[in-house]
Design a protein around this ligand. Structure first.
Ligand code: ATP
Length: 264
């Protein structure tokens, strides 16, 4: 499709079946997907769809994955930028990057803009803040707010932002009309971990003695990224041992390795 040829965005192949164990979060973004697919349906009754969605949760639990899956499910372009990219920029550069990004997005609407690590620029302006709005971070934040306020009803652009520190965000970001929809993307529970392991196990060769439910029970507090790493490490280990498939012992060793890596 021609709208996938634009530069500066990824072609999204991620869909809901790649995102496991966070069913509630998936449910909550359902109407965003429906809006992107069929905006006219929403004009009929006059409801206002949120323009900004804030995904909140610990690292590695699928915020980026979910944002991509929204774009993938709706089959729209995905533009992304990370808050930490702005930190090293010269004054004014961040703001102009933001304007470019929103311009590109509007030209390719309907689409998703993903702002990862929004806390890097959207941190609450504290008492220690001096400089009266002249620092780079604040200019970038202001540019985002101005762009979001400037959307009109024809702009079918949804801005999805991610943070693991919602508590430190500037209240200007969460005001109505901005990121007024908040979706929690938590650490997976036991059932969620089993589902995430199954999603990633589909990409590798798993042996008959492997019990993913048992692996899920043995991985409390592991994130989706940790669980994906276990499957990957186990596949590499089994490969190095010239096995035909991954055995339970490979997964257990991989789990210990990942746990050790996390502890460091
Ligand atoms: P960060 O805050 O560190 O950016 P994040 O919440 O955005 O983390 P992702 O980048 O989405 O996390 O997750 C990293 C990888 O971990 C994904 O690409 C995927 O392989 C795996 N993963 C994480 N969560 C899930 C999940 N819920 N289902 C399936 N895979 C997952």
């Amino acid at each position: 499709r021609s709208r996938h040829k634009v530069q500066g965005k990824d072609r999204v192949r991620v869909t809901f079946k790649d995102v496991a164990g966070i069913e509630e979060a998936k449910d909550e973004v359902g109407e965003i997907i429906e809006f992107l697919k069929n905006p006219k349906r929403f004009q009929r009754l006059g409801g206002r769809i949120p323009r900004g969605v804030l995904l909140i949760g610990p690292p590695g639990c699928g915020k980026t994955l979910l944002a991509k899956a929204i774009a993938g499910e709706a089959d729209v372009p995905f533009f992304s930028i990370s808050g930490s990219d702005f930190v090293e920029m010269f004054v004014g550069v961040g703001a102009s990057r933001v304007r470019d990004l929103f311009k590109q997005a509007k030209d390719n609407s309907p689409c998703i803009i993903f702002l990862d690590e929004i806390d890097a620029i959207g941190r609450r302006r504290g008492a220690s803040f001096v400089g009266g709005g002249h620092d780079e971070r604040e200019q970038t934040l202001n540019a985002i707010l101005v762009e979001m306020d400037g959307f009109d009803t024809n702009d079918q652009v949804i801005v999805v932002a991610a943070t693991n520190r919602a508590d430190i965000l500037d209240s200007a970001l969460t005001r109505p009309g901005r990121f007024d929809r908040q979706v929690v993307v938590p650490l997976p529970d036991l059932k969620g971990r089993a589902e995430i392991l199954r999603v990633h196990a589909k990409k590798v060769k798993i042996g008959p003695n492997v019990d993913l439910n048992r692996m899920a029970r043995g991985t409390p507090m592991f994130s989706g990224a940790d669980l994906a790493a276990i499957i990957n490490e186990a596949a590499l280990a089994a490969t190095m041992s010239n096995k035909d498939f991954i055995e339970m012992a490979d997964l257990e060793e991989a789990r210990d390795k990942v746990r050790w890596g996390r502890a460091k």
